[in-house]
Design a binder for this molecule. Structure first.
Ligand code: AMP
Length: 544
């Protein structure tokens, strides 16, 4: 027997319709690369999205085809999120920091037909145009100098248009993961998965949006669907402040002037902001909430933001999970915790939001289910309506036989459901049969005031199989020794975790999404050997 409720297909056009109807006047501010600013609102975004949908159909783009964006955060990019989906197309948000070979691969693999880009990326377009074989039209978001300008292009349409509807499970967006090995892989989001993910993002234990929030998302719109913020924000009718540049001075000024209450970004964004405020001798911006994820948020960062009165929501997820899996909202025991305990708890990756299920399995057999005991690390697996089943154009599913996606992360699940991420499966260091978390070592090390960045990798050791070596970039003008580093770490990690060598280097390699590239680091130091297989800094008698 059928239920008695109305048909309402979960298409994301409902999201922009709702925002325009219920919060139409709520502002969307854009600070452009040339320093200029524009203001529109949710009604304006919808109006332009309708025109863009018409303009795409006029160019001959068909339902299901991909339209690419190569752009930073701004209102015209936001228009594209809704305009492309609104004509049944699939928006491919291209990461401009990818290498040329990857850029060539993903645009051709996605068969992008139209590419909308920022003038700042004109050099990329010039370089890649001959290599992108499927792109027929180029539109420039902020200038008409080289290609037709976005405003002129959509300005040719009257906006009298009905959204193209279809199945809830039609695709609406594709993001490629810049894996460290092989070609990037496409993750295609559905209307339904996107809508459910955004609704889950509204939970108080997640982004906790209400109409009064003013969000400046530093997480780029080209990375992992910008954590779903452009959808969740529309559902709640919040004000957005976008910046096409990530200069901390610009962000800081915008945050103060526009009354920003919330921000979201990777930890390095806050590192840069701390440095800026220290240099200028000014306070951090008075944010209510900072959502931090993408890589582990170090303890000292959480502490400083919390002392500033900012609630830190440490989130974990990945492109394959749309991306939100867990968020660190206040736990049930929050009010009873001391400040230090709150910081400790926040340094973990939070709890699954409704819809995301997590489990850990044995790292060796990848099968045996592990207890949620707060101490056993295992391979982290996830399932849910916004978790990948199969990569774009892949022949086989990307999930286990019983339907779980293996994240490639290593984590501990605590009895209250809190996830503590300890590593990537490929990066975890196995010493004498025991696991050492490279991430924990790194996080502890960057708490040292003279250390700018640190990366721990396992290096072959004849007796223990692997031992950790810590690569360290010093802050400018600072000087420390390997002994100083180990002395600093001594009360922060288990004794047998202490690195066998500390190497000072000028720069740690990063991936296109700003994460430490352990693969590049290992390649660069492929011939590295611990002296005589013996520890470079500390004796290892304590190990066994
Ligand atoms: P991406 O698909 O590029 O967003 O990368 C996802 C990966 O980033 C995850 O599989 C984790 O390894 C890492 N990651 C994301 N959030 C966190 C976090 N809060 N702490 C530690 N690692 C994280």
């Amino acid at each position: 027997m059928l239920g008695a409720m109305q048909d309402w297909s979960m298409r994301i056009t409902h999201v922009i319709d709702h925002a325009a109807r219920e919060a139409g006047g709520r502002e969307i501010v854009s600070r452009w690369a040339d320093g200029s600013e524009t203001r529109t609102n949710w009604a304006g975004i919808r109006r332009d999205a309708l025109k863009m949908a018409q303009a795409l159909l006029a160019l001959g783009v068909e339902k299901g085809e991909r339209v690419a964006s190569l752009a930073m955060n701004h209102s015209r990019h936001l228009v594209s999120w809704y305009g492309v989906a609104g004509m049944g197309g699939v928006l491919h948000t291209v990461n401009p920091r990818l290498f040329d070979d990857q850029l060539e691969y993903i645009v051709n693999h996605a068969e992008d037909k139209v590419l909308c880009y920022d003038a700042a990326f004109q050099p990329i377009v010039d370089r890649m145009k001959d290599r992108w074989t499927t792109v027929e039209h180029y539109i420039c978001y902020d200038s008409g100098e080289y290609s037709q300008s976005f405003e002129d292009w959509i300005g040719e349409q009257d906006g009298d248009f009905e959204w193209v509807m279809g199945s809830e499970t039609d695709p609406c967006m594709i993001c490629y993961t810049s894996g460290t090995t092989g070609n990037p892989k496409g993750v295609q989001y559905e209307h339904r998965s996107t809508l459910l993910h955004a609704m889950a993002g509204l939970q108080p234990s997640s982004f906790n949006f209400n109409p009064g929030n003013v969000m400046l998302p530093v997480v780029p719109m080209f990375h992992a669907a910008s954590w779903g913020l452009p959808y969740a924000g529309a559902m709640a009718g919040i004000k957005f402040v976008f910046s096409a540049v990530n200069d901390p001075a610009v962000l800081h000024e915008l945050m103060l002037r526009e009354g920003v209450t919330d921000s979201a970004g990777v930890p390095t964004v806050w590192l840069a902001h701390f440095q800026y405020c220290d240099q200028e001798g000014i306070d951090l911006p008075p944010l209510k909430t900072a959502t931090i994820g993408g890589s582990a948020c170090p303890r000292f960062m959480i502490e400083r933001l919390m002392r500033n009165g900012t609630r830190v929501q440490h989130a974990w997820g990945m492109t394959e999970t749309s991306p939100i899996g867990t968020v660190g909202g206040p736990s049930s025991d929050w009010d009873r915790l001391s400040f230090d305990e709150k910081v400790d708890k926040t340094a973990m990756q939070g709890r699954p939001i409704f819809g995301a299920e997590l489990r850990t399995v044995d790292l060796d057999d990848m099968q045996t289910l592990l207890p949620r005991d707060g101490k056993t690390p295992g391979a982290l697996q996830i399932r849910g309506p916004w978790v990948i089943k199969r990569y774009f154009k892949a022949q086989v599913d990307a999930i286990t036989e019983d339907g779980w996606f293996d994240t490639g992360d290593v984590g501990i699940i605590h009895p209250d459901g809190t996830l503590q991420l300890t590593d990537r499966t490929k990066d975890v260091i196995k010493s004498g049969g025991e696991w050492i978390s490279s991430v924990e070592l790194e996080n502890a090390a960057v708490g040292h005031p003279a250390i700018a960045e640190a990366a721990a990798v396992g290096i072959y050791h004849p007796k223990w199989d692997e031992r950790p070596v810590l690569f360290v970039v010093k802050k400018e003008g600072e000087d420390i020794s390997a002994e100083d580093v180990n002395a600093f770490l001594a009360d922060k990690v288990a004794k047998w975790w202490l690195p066998d060598a500390v190497e000072f280097i000028d720069e740690i390699p990063h991936t296109a999404t700003g994460k430490i590239s352990k693969k590049d680091l290992r390649d660069r130091y492929a011939d590295y050997k611990l002296g005589n297989g013996a520890p470079a800094v500390l004796p290892m008698t304590w190990h066994g």
